[in-house]
Ligand binder design. Structure first.
Ligand code: GUN
Length: 293
């Protein structure tokens, strides 16, 4: 078994991005600028957004965090989005999800200028992605593609089983893995809560992408010998032996599954870091107007 080391690959990519920033500055241009909108004080969302902002600083990007209270009105949030759309100093921005219940996420997503949608959630980007056009790819699937590519993993003709059909991970991942592309050309099965027998589907997989949000959902008996296992889960489980009272585990029973597969992503140190790195890549693409000239 070989680890797909998200820490190593993301630091390599971040070093490359830092060089691109220096090149921009030497050419008299400004560095990329990412903004993030955080509504409310959910600790997990706050942690993710702050790690995105911190990663920007590490590689010389500008970043601005817009924190708003959980009771912000939909209208005020739309007003902020309008300002971000119009601000020529901001190349790309994200609105951290989930949003409070009184705010319509769909409406917010549609209000984001697709040219600044570095999360790749706007239907313009999602549609372009589905048609194999250039687009901002959603960060988690994009991060996984980069990981597979950097490890030289051949995906063509393989059977990829994705667990979970979220708009953020499962659904775009299933599309990307079936696309005619360097990493892609898979036969894809997308499984979800109404799938009759998820375990049986996963047993047939050469590549498993677990994005279901249930700790240790994928067990050893579900994984074919030599499979490639990508664990997207970031789940908190109680652990009284830890000072903070919990530990983070993925959607895969790592120890037992690792013994059976050819490649596996650890949690932490796998997909999570690649997600942040993919967002930085998208921000550089936005700065250089590579997707929408
Ligand atoms: N919530 C969970 N994952 C993500 C993500 O990739 N982007 C945003 N904006 N919110 C999220």
């Amino acid at each position: 078994m070989q680890l797909l080391d998200g820490r190593k690959i993301s630091s390599q990519i971040k070093e490359e991005l830092a060089i691109e920033v220096k090149d921009l500055i030497s050419a008299g241009e400004r560095p990329p600028h990412l903004a993030a909108v955080l509504v409310g004080d959910d600790p997990a969302s706050s942690f993710y957004v702050k790690s995105k902002v911190k990663s920007c600083k590490e590689i010389g990007f500008e970043s601005t965090l817009f924190q708003r209270p959980a009771d912000i009105s939909e209208r005020d949030l739309l007003e902020l989005i309008d300002q971000l759309n119009k601000n020529p100093e901001i190349d790309g921005y994200i609105v951290q999800l989930p949003l409070p219940k009184h705010i319509n996420e769909e409406k917010i997503n549609l209000a984001i200028d697709h040219r600044k949608d570095v999360d790749g959630f706007h239907p313009m980007n999602f549609g372009r992605m589905a048609q194999g056009m250039t687009a901002f790819l959603p960060a988690t699937p994009y991060g996984i593609l980069m990981l597979l590519e950097k490890y030289g993993i051949e995906t063509s003709g393989k059977h990829c089983v994705v667990i979970g059909r979220s708009n953020i991970v499962g659904s775009p991942m299933s599309i990307l893995m079936s696309r005619k592309s360097k990493v892609g050309n898979c036969t894809v099965t997308l499984t979800h809560s109404r799938t009759k027998d998820i375990a049986e589907e996963v047993r047939r997989a050469d590549i498993v992408v677990a994005a279901i949000g249930k700790p240790s959902f994928v067990t050893e008996d579900m994984v074919k010998e030599g499979a490639i296992v990508i664990d997207v889960g970031i789940n908190r489980v109680e652990d009284s032996s830890r000072k903070r009272g919990y530990r983070i585990v993925g959607d895969v029973d790592f120890e037992k599954v690792a013994a059976k597969c050819s490649f596996i992503t650890p949690v932490p140190g796998g997909v999570g870091l690649m997600t942040v790195t993919a967002l930085l890549k998208n921000t550089m693409l936005a700065r250089k107007r590579s997707i929408y000239p």
